[in-house]
Design a protein around this ligand. Structure first.
Ligand code: MD3
Ligand code: FE
Length: 215
């Protein structure tokens, strides 16, 4: 649950449309969310995705909440209403995360997807990519970091453009929208052991996304 009912001013990131709210979730709110997530991920086991075509395994585990989940398939990336591992619908987005979207997204419809990325080894990372599988590109992506700090990279609109990096720590919320929505970005590395929040260590990133255009 966010500790604010109206949001504080974001910190300047140097990128128009990317707002950083350091520590928007305080310690107790982070712990409450971890307790809720741990229970959910007990029944709905995170899985290791594989790259389309090459089949190369990712260095992270993933899961989804919501009406639509983001999945990596042999033929490409897609949004799916069911978990490919068990063919069941994804669990509902936890209410605390819906409240977070309400607080920071400035969007007239709720998120449909909450992608869970588990950086569960010191070597876990995410290569530079763009998030472009959503039809509602006018909606922001809202990202919440929990656990170990990461070094996050943001680039331009072509893969080789110059990029900058900053750290994302536990409780930090990043809102990516407007002219930056299609920027390249990735997670260079995890600062192993920088937080004790996640049982067993590591970093959890939750991204809230609107996938379809609201009617
Ligand atoms: C900047 N996840 O799941 S979230 C992803 O920390 C993803 O797990 C990263 O990139 C993670 O697709 C970063 C923050 C984020 C999300 C979307 C962006 C930053 C972004 C889109 C454009 C620019
Ligand atoms: Fe992304």
């Amino acid at each position: 649950m966010p500790k604010y009912q109206s949001r504080p001013a974001p910190v300047e990131t140097g990128f128009e449309g990317i707002a950083l709210y350091p520590g928007l979730l305080d310690g107790p709110a982070q712990k409450a969310l971890i307790t809720e997530l741990s229970a959910a991920l007990e029944t709905e086991k995170p899985y290791r995705p594989h790259m389309p075509r090459t089949g190369k395994p990712w260095s992270i585990h993933q899961m989804n909440f919501g009406e639509l989940g983001w999945v990596s398939r042999p033929d490409g990336y897609a949004y799916s209403s069911t978990n490919p591992v068990n063919s069941r619908k994804w669990p509902a987005i936890p209410p605390a995360l819906l409240a977070l979207w309400e607080l920071v997204a400035d969007y007239p419809a709720p998120p449909e997807c909450c992608l869970v990325n588990l950086y569960d080894t010191p070597k876990s990372r995410m290569g530079l990519h763009r998030d472009e599988d959503e039809a509602a590109l006018d909606a922001p992506v809202v990202s919440l970091s929990l656990g170990d700090t990461c070094l996050f990279r943001v680039g331009g609109f072509a893969r080789g453009d110059k990029s900058g990096s900053f750290r994302l720590a536990s409780g930090d919320v990043l809102v990516i929208g407007g002219p930056s929505r299609l920027r390249y970005h990735g997670v260079d590395r995890i600062i192993h052991g920088s937080s004790r929040l996640v049982p067993g260590g590591g970093r959890i990133n939750l991204t809230l996304r609107r996938v379809t255009k609201p009617v």
